[in-house]
Design a protein around this ligand. Sequence first.
Ligand code: 13P
Ligand code: SF4
Length: 335
Amino acid sequence: MTGALDNEIKRLMELGLHRRCVEGYIARVAGITLEINRLKREKNAVICAHVYQTPDIILGIGDLVGDSYKLADDCRRTAADIIVFCGVHFMAETAKILNPSKKVYVPSGNAGCSLSEAVTGADVRKLKAEHPGMPVVTYINTSAEVKAESDCIVTSANAEKILRRMYEKHEKVIFIPDRFMGANLAKVLGKTPGKEIILWNGTCIVHEKFDASLIRLYREKYPGLVALAHAECPSELISAVDFMGGTGDMMRYVESTDAAAYLLVTECGFGELAKLRFPKKNFIAMCRLCPYMKSITLESVLALLKDPSPQEITVPPAIAARAKIAIDKMFELAA
Ligand code: 13P
Ligand code: SF4
């Protein structure tokens, strides 16, 4: 066991995990990751980890890592019997809809999402009745019930592309539930909110609170700074930054450029991961924690693998079948 633990500590240190915490931390983490990785093999489980998770989860136990789109897409090809989703509930629900025969779990009962909670299936039915004939384009941060009422799902990685495709056939589109992302996309596409794009009043409690006036101060303090923000941020903030996108786009931007400093306006886990992936680059923190994402810990993953029953994700088959049509439309249009 000591040999295995030493090897695990070495592996985690090679991944750079020791750079983010106090002495002694890595040995504690290694004991847990070793056990989780053993149970994963024993149960033929795969761990999906969104980039907002902590680096001990992403690097220590994650098998499939990325943004919402990549995780949904990767899940379609896994040969595992069990999917443990270290992300939020709607992501795991999407994985279940795409893999009805597999068992899917989230290692927390608190991994919701303010956007997902902002709209119900009944709300969408009402919207459709008010705007007959308009296609409903729905952000993936929604429940299965809402997806089932939708024509096409999008993520931050493909929303602009898919909306452009939609406007080839339709003059007007309903976009739910993120009003900031909707307004940001409307601006890029030259569409008028309330007329050509009908929005809903949902917001992300993490991204809605960033203060746009701080961007100018950061630029003064760090010459050559490039500011990147997630598309869920308010439009005023997006106007003040150099790049808007999803987490996958932001990571690729950082990888392919060489700025003096990067200001990452998004959830803190993203910056932590970026620092570990690109140790020579200079990252400035302007981040906030997502309480839903951060309700998952290594300990909760270990507890789940030992006794998974309470946290299994289920979707009624009739809802799953309709939601899958809208999710598959996304894969078709995003390709
Ligand atoms: P991404 O798909 O860009 O990773 O976004 C997911 C999310 O919840 C952002 O808050
Ligand atoms: Fe939902 Fe915002 Fe958390 Fe993303 S960061 S999971 S949108 S609450």
